[in-house]
Design a protein. Structure first.
Length: 302
């Protein structure tokens, strides 16, 4: 375990997150935990184990699969679900596109992030979920900093940042009408550093993508982009092999890498301590406009 961990601070955050999870389970009939195979959702799974074991989770895990996920993340997801013995619900963006429910963004560098919105809302409707746990943190992006811990969504799945419920003395209002739902964010008060230190403290496994490895990449729009069948090199682009890692694990078509030698949790924690940009800076879909994330969230994004 790395030295210098503020264990008391991490245990306070852990206790708050467990309290939030138990509040959702107590107030809502059909919650689900959104799980991508990324570090934040992996931490939420550990928190759910602490909140509800030895019983089964009172909710399934829900993954909105873009079809462009990193194979390493999907493999990790499936292995974790099998080990846990919990139920996984997969909402497929590819199937939503084929059915006409969703479309890919147009343009030179299409992304499926916006196509996740109708896919997610359809899953909520089909399974009648009335609450979704999300791994968003307030330090990630300015739109996410506007979220309350219990974030109300109307019967169209929409979010109004100017119309949110007060949260005083850790009291959360989960009352909803049929068709509405709550997004609950147990990690709201965590930072990227807190997440990595908690992973180190608890000895939690994460996908190999987060650690330094060799990968073929190109530099596109100032970002290091991984080359694959999903994101091939364009004519005139130089492909080179570089030592990189990923700070966030999202859709391969819009998730940039970071040049990094960090091969251990200690290395990652030191690197995050020195970082001057949010991990969301590596997401190309957030760079389309100043309000890209907020616009998507208003429509029902995570």
């Amino acid at each position: 375990m790395p030295t210098g961990l503020n264990i008391n601070h991490l245990r306070v955050l852990e206790a708050e997150a467990i309290h939030i999870m138990r509040e959702v389970a107590a107030q809502c009939e059909r919650p689900a935990l959104m799980f991508s195979g990324g570090k934040d959702s992996i931490v939420m799974v550990r928190l759910a184990e602490k909140a509800f074991r030895p019983a089964k989770f009172p909710f399934p895990l829900l993954h909105v699969d873009t079809g462009h996920n990193f194979p390493e993340a999907i493999t990790f997801r499936d292995e974790l679900v099998e080990r846990l013995g919990e139920r996984l619900v997969v909402a497929s963006v590819q199937e939503a596109i084929e059915s006409g429910l969703a479309v890919e963004d147009p343009g030179r560098y299409p992304s499926r992030n916006r196509a996740q919105i109708p896919t997610l809302l359809k899953a909520i409707e089909d399974h009648q979920f009335d609450a979704l746990f999300g791994g968003a943190r307030r330090d990630e992006e300015k739109a996410r900093a506007k979220e309350r811990i219990f974030s109300f969504r109307d019967d169209f799945g929409q979010w109004d940042p100017k119309n949110q419920r007060p949260e005083l003395w850790n009291l959360y209002n989960g009352r909803i009408r049929k068709g509405e739902h709550i997004r609950a964010f147990p990690l709201s008060n965590w930072t990227e550093m807190d997440v990595w230190q908690y992973i180190a403290l608890e000895g939690i496994a994460v996908p190999s993508l987060y650690f330094s490895h060799q990968r073929d990449v190109v530099v596109r729009q100032g970002q290091i982009m991984p080359i694959s069948e999903i994101l091939p090199a364009e004519e005139g682009e130089e492909v080179f092999n570089r030592t990189i890692r990923f700070r966030t694990v999202g859709d391969m078509s819009c998730t940039a890498a970071t040049a990094s030698p960090a091969a251990s949790l200690e290395d990652i924690i030191a690197e995050v301590a020195a970082a001057r940009a949010s991990e969301r800076g590596a997401r190309m879909d957030d760079r389309t406009s100043e309000a890209a994330m907020e616009d998507r969230k208003k429509e029902g994004y995570f």
